[in-house]
Design a protein around this ligand. Structure first.
Ligand code: AQP
Length: 333
C-alpha cells in the first residue's frame, strides 16, 4: 500500500504566503505521492478567542483556498475535523499517555498563552494532543508541515510510542515532512519572526488573496539591511527571506537566485520578488472566488469526505479502545 499522508489546516481565509509555500504546496504534491488525507481543523480554532458566528464561513474560506491551490477531492480525502467525532474521543484517550510537562514546554503554547489577555484555555494546552489524535487516527506515516510544527510532530511520535509500549502495537509512529526551501517564511517587516496569521505585522504578511498591487506594495516596503548584496547571510535576515521566497515560487535554487540578482541592488530585487509572487498567486486567487461562491457544493464535498474519514478513524479508535480495556464499539454496534 502507498504511504498514507495526513495534515490539517486552521479555518481562516487569511492564509498567508508562509502557509502556502510551507504547507499547501506540499498537500497538493502529496496527492501524487501517496494516499493523502487533509482536514480543516475547526476544533483547533477554538483554543484561542474566536467568533462562533463566523466559524463556518472561515471553514468555507480555507476549503476554497485549498481547492483553488489544486487539492482534488477525487485524488485525496478532504474533510472537516468536527464532522468526525472520533478525533475528540481519541484526544481524551491519548491524553493518558501524554506528559503534562511536555505540553507546557511546547513553543506554540508558551508564545500563544503569553499573548492571551483574558483566558489561557486548557484547549490551548491540549492543542498538540488533538493534533496527535488527528494524525494517529489515520495511521498516517507522513505529516507535511512547516518548520514551526516540528515540535508538535515530535510530541505525537512520543505519544504513539508510549501508547504502543504501554498497550501493545496499535498506532503508526509518523514522521514530519518539512520542505527544504520555504519551511519558515519570515515576516517582511520583522524578518526575525515567522510570517504568521496572529503574531505578525499586517504590512509584513502577504495573504494568498491579497490584490496584486497590495502584494507589490508589501514587497517594495520589505525590510532589508544597509548593504547592497543579494545573498543569504545570518546578518541579512530580510534579504535571505526574499531569496528563499523567490526560490520557492520560481522553483529555482537559492544559489541561482543569488547569481541572477548579483549586483542589481535591493530595489529591483524586491520588485522582482513581488512580481513573481503575484504571478504565482494570481491563478489561485481567481479560482478561489468561483469555488467560494458555491457553499452547497463545499458542504457536499465535506459530507462525502466525512463518511470516508469516519470509516478509517472508527477502525483505529476501536483498536485503541480494545487495547486500553474498553468495549470496542464499531459502527452499527
Ligand atoms: N511562516 C511560515 N512559513 C512556512 N510554513 C508556515 N506555516 C505556518 N507559518 C509558516 C505552516 O502552515 C501550516 C498551516 O497551519 P495552520 O493553519 O494550522 O496555522 P499555524 O500553524 O497556526 O500557523 P499560522 O497560520 O502562521 O498561524 P499562527 O502563527 O497564528 O499560529 C502549518 O503546517 C504550518 O507549519
Amino acid at each position: 500500500m502507498s504511504e498514507r499522508i495526513f495534515s490539517g489546516i486552521q479555518p481562516t481565509g487569511r492564509k498567508h504566503l508562509g502557509n502556502y509555500i510551507g504547507a499547501i504546496t506540499q498537500y497538493v504534491a502529496g496527492q501524487d505521492r501517496g494516499e493523502a488525507i487533509y482536514c480543516v481543523v475547526d476544533l483547533h480554532a477554538i483554543s484561542v478567542p474566536y467568533d462562533a458566528s463566523a466559524l463556518q464561513s472561515s471553514v468555507y474560506d480555507v476549503a476554497a483556498v485549498l481547492l483553488a491551490a489544486g487539492l482534488d477531492p477525487e485524488r485525496c480525502l478532504f474533510f472537516r475535523q468536527s464532522d468526525v467525532q472520533e478525533h475528540t474521543e481519541l484526544t481524551w484517550l491519548l491524553s493518558s499517555v501524554t506528559a503534562y510537562g511536555d505540553l507546557t514546554r511546547m513553543h506554540q503554547f508558551k508564545e500563544k498563552s503569553a499573548s492571551q489577555r483574558e483566558l489561557v484555555s486548557a484547549a490551548l494546552l491540549y492543542y498538540p494532543v488533538l493534533m496527535a489524535a488527528d494524525v494517529l487516527a489515520y495511521r498516517a506515516r507522513e505529516v507535511p508541515v512547516g518548520d514551526d510544527q516540528r515540535q508538535h510532530v515530535e510530541l505525537m511520535r512520543d505519544i504513539a510510542e508510549r501508547f504502543n509500549a504501554r498497550f501493545g502495537e496499535t498506532l503508526v509512529v509518523p514522521e514530519h515532512r518539512i520542505p527544504e526551501v520555504g519551511a519558515r517564511i519570515m515576516d517582511l517587516q520583522m524578518p526575525e519572526r515567522k510570517m504568521s496569521t496572529t503574531g505578525g505585522t499586517p504590512q509584513g504578511t502577504v495573504l494568498v488573496l491579497d490584490a496584486p498591487n497590495t502584494v507589490l506594495k508589501k514587497f517594495r516596503s520589505a525590510v532589508t539591511d544597509s548593504g547592497t548584496e543579494v545573498r543569504r547571510a545570518p546578518d541579512k535576515p530580510g534579504v535571505s527571506n526574499l531569496i528563499e521566497i523567490l526560490s520557492a515560487v520560481t522553483r529555482r535554487t537559492p544559489e541561482a537566485v543569488e547569481a541572477e540578482f548579483d549586483g542589481s541592488g535591493y530595489g529591483a530585487f524586491k520588485t522582482a520578488v513581488g512580481e513573481a509572487v503575484i504571478e504565482y498567486l494570481t491563478p489561485v486567487r481567481e479560482r478561489y472566488h468561483e469555488l467560494r461562491s458555491d457553499e452547497a457544493e463545499l458542504e457536499r464535498m465535506f459530507a462525502l469526505g466525512a463518511d470516508k474519514a469516519r470509516a478509517i478513524a472508527g477502525e483505529t479508535l476501536a483498536d485503541v479502545r480494545t487495547a486500553m480495556g474498553f468495549r470496542a464499539v464499531r459502527a452499527g454496534q
